[in-house]
Design a protein around this ligand. Structure first.
Ligand SMILES: Nc1ncnc2c1ncn2[C@@H]1O[C@H](COP(=O)(O)OP(=O)(O)OP(=O)(O)O)[C@@H](O)[C@H]1O
Length: 284
């Protein structure tokens, strides 16, 4: 950790006060996928999937195993292209600008569109404090001591973890419980001021109490950052999301979105029988 005290240019916190700065407007951005197709080698796994994910809203991606939800999520922040055999077609617009435009840097997309994974992945030997700031260092952002302290408190507060760890910030991240580690990972994602947060089954490794705590955190964050969450838990999708997209890959065909819309309608009056069967637990 650098000990420099130079002035830093941290981007404003989405929807909240930047350290020592006036209150900033929300940086939450809309995300729109247009005609996304995806392949691993010559195996096509998504076929012309389009979906609008509005700013300041939680969109849940639901559907049976293997229908392409995680692949779609990884395409939304250019992680898909890390896989050697992977290719894709289509556009992903962040507030109208294609993150795959040739002039745009991959690191910019990953910074603006953060990701929280299924299994909490803090740096186990690194302190809680340094874990929060880890992404900042990777992005080459330098911060003075006061800014760092403020940012750590602010991100841990937003992630719903501050009160539990305020008196042990120098302890290793790996010493926290699974649910606390996942909230630490959320705090780490927030520290780089993402405009969108992607979550790939963020509660699947957690107990019910920790799950509810993460769901509460998602609710608190959604004003400030657009959230897209993959979940197999229908109750969770119903609790946390404003809208849902139901993915399906039938009989070896690539994944498509069968139906999407407001969560309430998707659960209570779906238009497609397959959606009704899935959300009511009749398959998948
Ligand atoms: N790295 C990879 N290499 C080759 N094929 C892959 C890879 N990752 C995923 N696939 C294939 O792509 C398809 C979609 O997988 P994906 O993980 O996106 O589905 P999913 O809906 O997220 O599944 P789950 O709910 O089980 O996580 C599957 O057929 C899967 O086997």
């Amino acid at each position: 950790m650098s000990t420099t005290d130079e002035t830093v240019k941290l981007p404003p916190v989405p929807g909240g006060p930047a350290p020592h700065a006036p209150v900033a407007a929300s940086r939450s951005a809309s995300l729109e996928a247009r005609d996304i197709s995806a392949w691993f080698g010559d195996h096509k796994v998504l076929d012309r999937v389009s979906l609008s994910m509005p700013a300041q809203r939680v969109t849940a991606l639901i559907g049976p195993s293997g229908c392409g939800k995680s692949t779609f999520l990884r395409i939304l922040n250019r992680m898909h292209e890390l896989i050697g055999t992977a290719s894709l077609a289509g556009q992903v617009l962040l507030d109208g600008e294609d993150i795959y435009d040739r002039g745009r840097r991959i690191t910019q997309a990953r910074r603006e569109i953060g990701m929280v994974f299924q299994k909490p992945n803090p740096f186990p030997a690194m302190s809680i404090y340094d874990n929060v700031l880890a992404g900042l260092k990777m992005n080459g952002v330098r911060a003075g001591r006061n800014e760092r302290d403020d940012l750590v408190e602010e991100c841990l507060t937003k992630a719903g973890l501050w009160r539990e760890v305020a008196d042990r910030l120098r302890q290793p991240g790996g010493a926290l419980s699974g649910g606390q580690q996942q909230r630490l990972c959320i705090a780490r994602s927030l520290a780089v001021r993402p405009r969108v947060l992607l979550m790939d089954e963020p509660c699947s490794a957690l107990d019910p109490t920790s799950t509810r705590r993460i769901e509460q955190t998602i609710g608190e964050l959604s004003d400030e950052v657009t959230i897209v969450i993959v979940t197999h838990n229908m109750q969770q999708a119903a609790r946390v999301s404003h809208s849902c997209a139901f993915f399906l890959a039938e009989q070896g065909t690539p994944g498509v979105i069968v139906e999407h819309g407001p969560t309430d309608a998707m659960f209570n009056s779906p238009t497609d029988e397959r959606t009704s069967d899935y959300v009511n637990g009749r398959f998948g």
